[in-house]
Design a protein around this ligand. Structure first.
Ligand code: GLC
Length: 453
């Protein structure tokens, strides 16, 4: 009776197949275009670049004047000392491609309004304002495109706190005008944005638009629908981030590592290596390469990407600490590439106390160990037959054994994997469990005997 009851209960307990876990809410106004999103879904790692005149004095990008820490005049005066004298776009592209990143996003223009390319829409560009006196965006785009394998994203701030027709400069400052009272003036600003976006489309045809600053105006005021419709008709394959008041393709949590899986089907964590987006001399609070790797596998485990930021100095050199992180990412992602790209979100943490993912084909479960295990790694509730257990990037075979598998019970046995010390990676070790079908899980509560039966 006891066995039978258990069996019946088991029959109605959902067995969860990890391949089907992907759904979630998407941007409210956008249908999901899975074909278009495929490269992004497989990318896992992107490199963000914040480069601008703020790197001269090492103040926060645009916010330093907006929040009143320095005057707008002093902030803009940094442009006169922006040299790009050691700028080596080929080395940047090598570093990025070498990190294993599959896309890069560079600030074409931050909220301060200073363009990195030779915009004809106004006079605020490094070409016209700085001793660098040249378009620094084009050579980077060319270097990235030449290498292949890395998609190009352009960060573009909708806000331009330095533009005469944008209503405000300072957070608490007086508004220059009221949009509702002067719609023609606001339209002039929107025409300016359109002109800049047209230039960027014509010159670079980015694979991804990374908008920022949408929060200052509503979707209607930005004319977000018209704006994104135009970008999509100019380039139907382009992907747009979420900071465009509901008209983007994927979610963009910032810095705070999500604790539970974000609702958006596609998402990316944008993340600083220290505590700043742009270069700041005083900010030495760098995360270690291992900490960044841990965040990468955390994102992978939750079905998202990591967009990791670097902040070059005004001369174009990249801080050594950041170079070290990207190099270590490169070492680790190339050794473990099968467990990085073409993977999907992992299994619930109830099954194994580690980060996990599942291969796109569904029949390999990857377990990422950011710690040196003291004893065997334990996996609960794996329904499938195991074909093989391997350590990714190592020839040393781990020992594994299944305990508690009862012939009369549907509850899967406890899988215990012993990882030999010499198979451990210096940062994060990855176990691959090959199964005889799509990874499926027992989600029941064991030998349930109800008290009131
Ligand atoms: C924020 C900030 C900005 C930064 C961006 C990167 O929205 O406004 O300074 O560039 O996030 O995610």
């Amino acid at each position: 009776m006891r066995k039978f009851l258990t069996y019946c209960l088991l029959a109605i307990i959902p067995v969860l197949t990890s391949c089907s876990q992907g759904a979630g809410s998407v941007q409210e106004n956008m249908p999901v275009d899975t074909a278009k999103m495929q490269w992004f879904d497989n990318a896992k790692l992107g490199i963000f670049i914040h480069w601008g005149i703020y790197a001269v004095d090492g103040v926060s990008e645009s916010w330093s004047f907006h929040n009143g820490y320095i005057s707008h005049e002093d902030y803009m005066a940094q442009a006169k000392r922006f040299t790009a004298s050691s700028y080596d776009p080929e080395a940047w592209a090598d570093l990025i491609a070498g990190s294993g990143a599959k896309y890069t996003v560079i600030t074409s223009k931050h909220h301060d309004g200073v363009a990195l390319w030779d915009t004809k829409a106004d006079d605020k560009s490094l070409v016209k304002m700085s001793p660098a006196a040249r378009d620094v965006l084009t050579p980077f785009v060319d270097a990235v495109r030449r290498r292949g394998g890395v998609k190009l994203g352009l960060y573009y701030s909708l806000i331009d706190w330095s533009h005469p027709d944008y209503p405000n400069i300072y957070r608490n400052g007086p508004a220059k005008y009221d949009i509702a009272a002067e719609p023609e003036r606001w339209q002039k600003f929107l025409d300016f944005i359109t002109a800049q976006l047209d230039e960027l489309t014509a010159q670079y045809k980015p694979d991804l638009w990374w908008f920022d600053g949408d929060w200052e105006q509503s979707a209607e005021t930005w004319k977000a629908k018209e704006l994104t419709d135009k970008l999509r008709s100019d380039n139907p394959a382009c992907i747009i981030n979420s900071r465009i008041q509901g008209y983007g393709d994927y979610g963009t949590p910032e810095i705070g590592v999500p604790v539970v899986r974000p609702a958006d089907r596609y998402w990316e964590l944008c993340y600083t290596i220290n505590d700043s987006w742009g270069f700041q001399h005083k900010d030495l609070n760098f995360k270690s390469p291992q900490m960044v790797l841990k965040t990468l596998v955390d994102c992978i485990s939750n079905g998202g990407n990591l967009l990791l930021d670097i902040g070059p100095r005004e001369d174009g050199s990249i801080p050594e600490e950041e170079v070290a992180v990207l190099k270590e990412l490169g070492r680790w992602t190339s050794k473990h590439s099968e467990a990085v790209y073409n993977t999907r979100a992992g299994i619930p943490g109830d099954h194994v106390k580690a980060y996990t993912s599942v291969s796109t084909a569904g029949d390999v479960l990857y377990i990422y160990l950011p710690y040196k295990p003291i004893g065997p790694v334990e996996v609960k509730g794996l329904v499938d037959n195991i074909k093989k257990v391997r350590i990714v990037g190592s020839d040393i075979a781990p020992q594994w054994k299944i305990f508690n598998k009862l012939s009369w019970s549907e509850v899967p046995g406890l899988l215990e994997i012993t990882v030999p010390d010499d198979a451990l990676d210096s940062a994060i070790t990855v176990i691959a469990i090959e199964t005889d079908g799509p990874v499926s899980l027992y989600r029941g509560s064991g030998q349930v005997i109800t008290m009131n039966e």
